[in-house]
Design a protein around this ligand. Structure first.
Ligand code: SF4
Length: 263
């Protein structure tokens, strides 16, 4: 049985890190390790051991140690959750941050909670996922031509990362975009905070962003252009949070419709 949080390189399914993976403990180290990551595998590994945000490190590890009663017999990942999916993807999905008892428990984006049930069922209907469910890191789920990334990789208290935490984690997102920019076709952003973070990242790495800045909304669209002239379609969606799906603010047809625009 794994420890909670999980020690890097001890056999957790999909753990990208080893005991030799370099650990960022300051914002400057995040920038250095992100910008020097040669590929997504190295990026995922470095993200997954990051300790640069003291408040979030404490929170994610405290949640992993205390656990929710329903999961008391399970180990919790309790580390930053790396991006998940096809490293050669032409499509990105951008969320916000891991859920305390979802991805922070399972170690995989949108895995182990109702938000993931919604997202992966939709991605399965659209042909990006090989199965409609996502319950654990070893459940066999695979994504084709799509990768899920996050502006903040650690579970925050009350699902609210601070502006400073978003800024610290942004170097990982910048590198993610830079590594995918020569093949990327479209990006689906879930929620307004993710939308703002994605646009800031695009500007930082030199992509052209329309002015005035495109406003977030469900179904909103914008066109981004890389320095090499590649045109990328940005599509907004309400987040797949329980708050939105339980209340009917986001329905399955609404989600299917925006995902269909990513092709
Ligand atoms: S939120 Fe990002 S920068 Fe902060 S500790 Fe987690 S992975 Fe590191």
């Amino acid at each position: 049985m794994s420890t909670s949080p999980v020690t890097p390189g001890t056999g957790w399914p999909g753990d990208p890190a080893t005991s030799a993976t370099p650990v960022a403990t300051t914002p400057d180290e995040v920038v250095r390790l992100a910008t020097t990551a040669p590929d997504q595998a190295a990026l995922d590994a470095r993200v997954s051991v990051c300790r640069a945000c003291l408040r979030l490190v404490e929170w994610r590890e405290q949640v992993a140690a205390t656990k929710r009663a329903a999961f008391a017999d399970q180990p919790y990942w309790g580390r930053p959750v790396p991006s998940f999916g096809d490293p050669e993807a032409e499509v990105l999905v951008v969320g916000l941050a891991p859920a305390a008892h979802g991805a922070n428990r399972t170690g995989r984006m949108f895995t182990g909670d109702r938000s993931g049930d919604w997202l992966y069922a939709a991605l399965h209907r659209a042909g990006y996922a090989n199965q409609p469910t996502s319950v654990s890191a070893d459940d066999g789920l695979r994504l084709t031509n799509l990768r899920i990334v996050a502006p903040v990789h650690c579970a925050p208290p009350a699902n609210q990362p601070t502006p400073t935490e978003q800024a610290t984690c942004s170097a990982w997102l910048d590198r993610e975009l830079a590594l995918s920019s020569d093949r990327l076709r479209s990006v689906l952003v879930l929620g307004g905070i993710g939308w703002a973070n994605l646009l800031r990242a695009a500007r930082r790495i030199g992509w052209s962003v329309p002015r005035p800045q495109p406003r977030f909304g469900h179904g909103a669209e914008a066109t981004l252009t890389t320095p090499a002239g590649r045109v990328i379609r940005l599509v907004g969606s309400y987040h797949v949070s329980q708050q939105n799906t339980f209340t009917g603010k986001l329905t399955e047809p609404m989600l299917d419709e925006v995902i269909a625009r990513l092709r």
